[in-house]
Design a protein around this ligand. Structure first.
Ligand SMILES: C[S@@+](CC[C@H](N)C(=O)[O-])C[C@H]1O[C@@H](n2cnc3c(N)ncnc32)[C@H](O)[C@@H]1O
Ligand SMILES: [Zn+2]
Length: 318
């Protein structure tokens, strides 16, 4: 069964969305972001013969999957930080089925909306997961030039993103081969100060002082967060009662001004137990839920949920 037919049988995106069809990307329009900094001393890194080096002699090999690990052991809070291999695989399947395509389209519109054809921008996806949103952005870039960096603290996520760049023949494909993939932390971004035009933080963990440092003055931060009704129906199954939600902050973090806020809301029907399990596995609820709550979710063979997300654009003031 082809992907589109499979998708139609198992789940419905109730906005009558067309499936995202992989597009041919103008190769030169997307380039890997290069202004990386040594995670040990902040010096500029330069790449030669598959190794990133700083002037003080620190060196970081490019892994055979094509990513570089810039998260020193001493900056790790656990042995295997971030999303697990299983969570990454679940998110990968769920996103590839197109259920969050309207979110990707809204992100693309927000990033590309003000860019003229031929214009160049450097963009970081901070907590990029398996790279879905950067691939979508690359596909939508058209004649705009983007230098892309996907960073995540999870080695599994970055590995999955980078692996997509390698074809079965060991070559690079345009959609993700042209992005830079890095294991690193938002808490201490291995990026030179003032080198980015855009930072994306999508369902992630924002560290505003770091985002402010790496953005050029006037650069944009786009944050996507769960809204009050996001996946409420699933949460009602797994928790005995739902806590009242705190209203979202409407003030900008220090160093930023609020530019724009937008809500995106649509219903989604998942028609198999596997899809319900994938959705649960890619949310924090998998770990927060009790054993009984998880068992109730595992018994579901279908569910209709509301996707409710908030997109917020902040401009870097410094
Ligand atoms: C909910 S997932 C979202 C992933 C992706 N943005 C998406 O929407 O598909 C959160 C991601 O943040 C990563 N993460 C957690 N802590 C992080 C940190 N300190 N720095 C960078 N990434 C982090 C996790 O490994 C995970 O991939
Ligand atoms: Zn160094």
């Amino acid at each position: 069964m082809n992907q589109a037919a499979d998708f139609k049988q198992r789940g419905t995106l109730e906005r009558n969305e067309a499936l995202a069809v992989p597009q041919r990307i103008p190769w030169m329009a997307i380039t890997p972001f290069d202004a990386l900094a040594c995670p040990l001393d902040g010096n500029p890194l330069h790449c030669q013969d598959g190794v990133w080096r700083c002037a003080d002699g620190h060196s970081f090999d490019i892994a055979r999957q094509g990513y570089v690990n810039l998260l020193p052991v001493q900056n790790k809070r656990s042995r295997d930080p971030g999303d697990s291999k299983e969570m990454v695989a679940a998110r990968s399947r769920f996103l590839a089925a197109g259920f969050y395509d309207p979110i990707a389209e809204a992100v693309n519109a927000a990033v590309l909306g003000d860019m003229a054809p031929g214009q160049h921008a450097c963009c970081l996806d901070a907590g990029c997961g398996e790279g879905h949103y950067l691939r979508s952005l690359a596909s939508a870039a058209g004649a705009r030039h983007l230098s892309l960096l996907g960073l995540d603290i999870s080695k599994w996520a970055v590995q999955a993103a980078a692996r997509r760049a390698l074809t079965a023949h060991g070559g690079l494909t345009a959609d993700s081969g042209a992005s830079r993939w890095v294991v690193g932390s938002n808490a201490r971004l291995p990026v030179l100060s003032g080198t980015l035009d855009q930072v994306l933080c999508l369902f992630g963990f924002p560290v505003y002082p770091e985002f402010s440092r790496v953005l050029r003055p006037g650069g944009m931060l786009l944050q996507v967060d769960a809204g009050q009704d996001h996946l409420r129906e699933l949460r009602q199954v797994i928790y005995p009662s739902l806590k009242p939600e705190r209203p979202p902050e409407d003030t900008a973090p220090p160093g930023f001004t609020l530019q724009h806020q937008q809500h995106l809301r649509y219903p989604l029907t998942l028609r198999t137990a596997d899809l319900v399990a994938d959705l649960l596995a890619m949310t924090p609820h998998l770990y927060r839920a009790s054993h009984e709550g998880r068992a109730r979710a595992a018994a579901l063979t279908s569910i209709r949920v509301i996707v409710d997300v908030r997109l917020t654009m902040f401009r870097s003031a410094t």
